[in-house]
Design a protein around this ligand. Structure first.
Ligand code: PLP
Length: 440
């Protein structure tokens, strides 16, 4: 391989991709990989879709780009209406962006501007979870709780209060309800000590993604956070960049829990890997205040361009037409059952958790104490490499605030069939057996 001008992260040289179809990708050596993590939990419809291609080409033939302050464009209006419809109108205003980080930035800035506009400029900071991941730009990083990502930039990011969320695997409280109540009580105390009148919004992923390995927060906790926000007069921002647009078997994950956010952000699966498109959704009354104060002081050049929105629209139509939410629920059950069965054969699998087609598998050195493997052993990278050798892509990260713990996500495309789930589990099973031997 010749020297590459690209730099992303340290690690072994990667194979070069040749082509992709359905849930599989092939490298230039002819090796096939089952896409068990939908790229970065983004290729939600699988690869090589003719319908998405056709919709994009048709839009390219009409007009690819217009600037949002110069023209309305039909795909943006249609996608806006479609997204509002996915929330049953609970969130009725939409602001387009091109990535998850941009969507989070937009939410943070709109929430801040709302309080400036409504005479509460003392509201100047956010509350978010540790661990969490909300993006790599400085604002989104400011609410992210993941130490290695934060460490070089703490002088540049705004101060957000980081609080722990519930951990149903490691807690030592009497039961899950008692655990949630204690976590909420401690969060309340943290906010009270900091001054509730200084808080703009609580920001969280309704189900943890890469940062926690699919950790569920649950209805009791999410309802508790909603109640705290209402009591303290701050907003609730849900980050559904990863969980949105069908990943968990509902259009948005919050719909499992009967908790409605004030702002919601989504991206990844909206463009399904075919084109970058993300969105901030919020309520009309919030937007009205900000607009009356002189407008939203924010925007990105590619926001809401016709090609991006035509892609997003085609993605939503495909999910509807093919009944993919039902597929996610059925295949999610199958995948979860299969992962739990595999876990029983390997003592180092500490916890399997998830919903729909978002599953996390956490590795531990000692299942009794839930002690993680020593960080320097990089077990998350080892299991991922073994899976890769077996022709399966999974998404690895560190579980405990980025500094220890190991997990990988299994998040195949929403289109995966029952047979393909079995193939995924067989390949994972072979990788896990090899991991056993590596540990021995
Ligand atoms: N929020 C969550 C929950 C994410 O998982 C991610 C990406 O992984 C982001 C925000 C940032 O999205 P992007 O990488 O598109 O900027």
């Amino acid at each position: 391989m010749t020297d590459s001008p690209l730099f992303y992260q340290a690690g072994p040289a990667l194979p070069e991709v040749s082509h992709a179809e359905g849930v599989s990708l092939w490298d230039t050596q002819g090796k096939e990989y089952l896409d068990g993590c939908s790229g970065a939990i983004s290729c939600n419809l699988g690869h090589g879709r003719q319908d998405i291609r056709d919709a994009m080409l048709a839009q390219l033939d009409r007009v690819a780009f217009t600037y949002r302050t110069q023209f309305e464009n039909a795909p943006a209006l249609a996608l806006g209406h479609a997204l509002v419809g996915l929330t049953d109108g609970a969130l009725d205003k939409v602001f387009f962006v091109s990535s998850g980080s941009e969507a989070v930035e937009s939410a943070l800035k709109l929430a801040r501007q709302y309080f400036v506009a409504t005479g509460a400029p003392q509201r100047r900071r956010f509350v978010s979870l540790r661990p969490s991941y909300h993006g790599s730009t400085l604002g989104a990083l400011g609410v992210t709780g993941y130490r290695p990502l934060e460490a070089p930039f703490t002088t540049l990011t705004h101060a957000s209060l980081k609080v722990p969320g519930p951990d149903f695997y490691r807690h030592r409280d009497a039961d899950d309800d008692a655990h949630v109540d204690r976590v909420l009580a401690e969060t309340r105390a943290t906010i009270e000590a900091a001054g509730p009148e200084s808080i703009i919004a609580f920001v969280l992923e309704p189900i943890g993604g890469a940062s926690t390995g699919g950790r569920l927060l649950g209805e009791r906790y999410l309802k508790g956070v909603r109640a705290l926000c209402d009591e303290f007069g701050c907003l609730l921002i849900l980050d559904e960049v990863l969980t949105g647009v069908g990943r968990t078997g509902t259009w948005f994950a919050y719909q499992h829990y009967g908790v409605t956010p004030d702002l919601l952000v989504t991206a990844k699966g909206l463009g399904a890997g075919y084109y970058p498109v993300g969105a901030l959704l919020t309520r009309r009354d919030i937007v009205t205040e900000v607009m009356a104060s002189g407008g939203f002081q924010h925007g990105h050049t590619y926001a809401g361009n016709p090609l991006a929105c035509a892609t997003g629209l085609a993605v939503i139509e495909a999910i509807r037409r093919e009944g993919l939410l039902e597929n996610v629920r059925a295949r999610g059950e199958q995948l979860g059952t299969g992962l739990r069965a595999l876990a029983e054969r390997h003592a180092w699998v500490g916890h399997v958790r998830g919903l729909g087609l978002l599953w996390g598998v956490e590795l531990v050195a000692d299942p009794a104490t839930r002690e993680p493997f020593p960080a320097e052993q990089n077990r998350f990278a080892q299991i991922t490499a073994l899976a890769r050798e077996e022709g399966l892509l999974v998404y690895p990260r560190r579980t405990l605030d980025g500094v220890a713990g190991d997990h990988f996500l299994v998040t195949p495309p929403l289109t995966i069939t029952a047979d393909e789930v079995e193939t995924l589990l067989e390949r994972l099973s072979r990788a896990m057996a090899r991991f056993d031997r590596a540990l021995a």
